[in-house]
Design a protein around this ligand. Structure first.
Ligand code: HAS
Ligand code: CU
Length: 553
């Protein structure tokens, strides 16, 4: 006997007006992705020293294109997708409608913020890359825009907590349904993690760009940025984990074996927020002891993903065996590979195995000395955010857009081809980047115009460009399938969210019920944050606001 992971398995329907807001979040995110992807083609070709940005209307430099690529793909798309998708999974998980005003407010805040940032980047007044390290200076509209994007996530989080409170009143003593637990834990983690970025932007960069502060403190700003900049990758990843745990087992025909393990994995992400210093292993002004400690916490944050790998693989194995798979690995070929939603997401998982390995390499202090600021790093993150997350978004879209439109997916075959093409392409692309990075090929460098080059970068550069171009072709196919589904998909009014079942109901007593007390985990996380970041902030206070700004033309 297995148990659904939502409160109201048969009956609850999210109201249509709320589904509309979810839909606009998702469509806005994908529209932004389309622009980001066009910029990406230039970045990939640049590694083969082919320069095409001058054919892009309004784009003046490689760096301007790179800024748009980064900000659109990893800051705007991810937030829009999470705000829409996780609002939906929270409502469906708890079997309750969301708060209309908060849902609307989150969408408009995100939209206005994104447009402000887009405006600054497009007019060439914010060529600062997605990490916007000062003393590189952007127009105030860029910083204000990003602040609004972050605020939209807080509004979404508030919405979840309001709905959860209502649910708890009506279900005293009950365990939070797993799908809602995962969704809420994702935003609770992010609420803690986003504080660094918020302080950096609102207290330092925005007033500086408005001329209210005399200068900026690059060291402090970078540290505040990376306080958020590491856990932000889990804000991108965890909505996908909601799908991998909460939907894929069902879609593949399997079942999730442990409710408790799933909750513990999400809680570990809340606990282990303060690892951002692993992006600053080469920065001066941070003690070796602190770097060493953070290297260890980074290895610890490997575990929730290893737990996920184990749990999801087992769910897939159950599915494969139910479908007649036998032996050690043949079950793997029995899962429904012809379902593009499953295929895209399982391919995304396979890429994440490689992305995880390269993450471990980055996190290893001595290895980091070798690869930091080289193409190895984008080689790593195009397997993680660029595939584990992005290809999963596409896989989710292959049921979500039909669900939102109540139409069938247009050409599942093309969608399948798209997923496999993307997977193959990204493997080529990342191989080029990783191999080049090991030879010192730099990241974030306009190589087509650089006066220096090494012969050993030539082949990796070409491989990167070929892989990136194929990724671009695959993305075009994705958008074709999406647009055709919206306008020409066959009407079908019976579709629902595919939610998983677990082998057992979550225990109603014992230590497991403490897992739902999110406040304990938040408190523990804050203590750890204070221990890791407290000494640094204390030593760097008051900020040294003496650095003048630099503006890239
Ligand atoms: Fe990272 C840099 C370390 C995960 C994204 N990372 C970046 C940057 C980005 C990024 C964007 O320690 C660049 C930032 C910049 O612009 O400078 N990263 C890690 C570690 C992990 C990790 C230890 N990263 C991610 C994720 C990202 C992401 C997730 C986006 C979503 N990363 C680093 C470090 C740097 C870094 C350093 C700084 C480098 C530098 O010097 O600049 C870990 O969380 C990874 C854990 C993952 C696993 C894999 C689990 C596998 C699963 C799939 C299972 C497969 C199945 C299929 C079920 C342990 C869950 C089954 C089928 C079969 C039969 C096999
Ligand atoms: Cu990191």
């Amino acid at each position: 006997m297995s148990t659904p992971i939502v409160s109201d398995p048969a009956e609850f329907l999210v109201p249509q007006n709320q589904l509309n807001v979810v839909r606009w979040n998702i469509y806005f995110g994908f529209a932004i992705l389309a622009i980001g992807v066009i910029m990406g083609l230039d970045q990939a070709l640049n590694y083969a020293r082919i320069n095409i940005f001058q054919y892009y209307p309004g784009i003046r430099s490689y760096y301007q294109g790179l800024t748009i690529h980064g900000v659109f793909n990893v800051l705007v798309l991810t937030t829009a997708f999470a705000n829409g998708f996780i609002a939906l999974t929270t409502a469906r998980g708890l079997g309750r409608k969301l708060n209309d005003a908060l849902l609307q407010a989150a969408f408009w805040t995100l939209l206005i913020g994104s447009l402000l940032a887009a405006y600054a980047m497009l007019i060439g007044k914010a060529t600062v890359l997605y990490t916007f390290y000062p003393p590189l200076k952007a127009d105030w509209t860029f910083y204000l825009g990003l602040a609004l994007v972050v605020i939209s996530t807080w509004i979404t989080s508030a919405n979840q907590l309001v709905v959860l409170r209502g649910w708890r009143k009506e279900h005293p003593g009950e365990r939070i349904p797993l799908m809602a637990f995962m969704s809420i834990a994702t935003y609770v983690m992010w609420d803690i993690a986003s504080v660094g970025l918020a302080v950096e932007v609102v207290a330092l960069l925005l007033p500086w760009s408005l001329g209210l502060l005399p200068g900026v403190d690059p060291m402090l700003s970078r540290t505040l940025f990376w306080f958020t900049g590491h856990p932000i990758v889990y804000f991108w990843l965890l909505p996908v984990y909601v799908s991998w745990y909460g939907m894929i087992p069902r879609q593949a025909g399997g079942v999730l074996f442990s409710d408790t393990l799933t909750r513990v994995a999400f809680i570990l992400f809340i606990l282990l927020v303060p690892v951002g210093f692993h992006h600053q292993f080469v920065d001066p002004g941070i003690s070796e002891g602190l770097k060493f400690t953070v290297a260890f916490i980074t290895f610890a944050i490997f575990f929730p993903s290893l737990m996920t790998a184990f749990a999801v693989m087992y769910a897939l194995e159950i599915a494969g065996r139910r479908r007649g798979g036998t032996g050690l690995i043949s079950w793997f070929f029995k899962i429904p590979w012809n379902d593009p939603s499953v295929a895209a997401q399982v391919l995304a998982m396979l890429a994440f195995l490689l992305g995880g390995i390269s993450g471990l390499m980055n996190a290893s202090y001595t290895m980091n000395m070798e690869i930091h600021n080289t193409a190895f790093v984008p080689g790593h993150f195009h397997l993680t955010i660029g595939t584990a997350v992005a290809l999963s978004y596409m896989g989710i879209a292959y049921w979500l857009i039909p669900f939102l439109e109540q139409r069938e997916l247009w050409s599942p075959r093309l969608a399948r081809i798209q997923a496999f093409l993307y997977f193959g392409a990204v493997l080529i692309f990342s191989t080029g980047m990783t191999a080049g990075g090991l030879q010192g090929m730099p990241r974030r460098t306009d190589l087509s115009d650089a006066t220096y080059n090494l012969p050993s970068w030539r082949i990796p550069g070409i491989v990167t460009a070929v892989g990136g171009s194929l990724m671009f072709v695959s993305m075009v196919l994705f958008f074709v399938v999406m647009v055709m589904t919206i306008f020409a998909g066959k009407k079908n009014r019976t579709l629902d969210i595919p939610f998983t079942e677990t082998v057992q109901t979550p225990p109603a007593g014992g230590w497991q019920i403490q897992l739902d007390q999110l406040r304990y985990w938040v408190l523990a996380s804050i203590v750890l944050v204070a221990l890791v970041y407290g000494p640094f902030i204390y030593a760097h206070f008051p900020p040294n606001l003496s650095s003048p700004g630099l503006q890239y033309p």
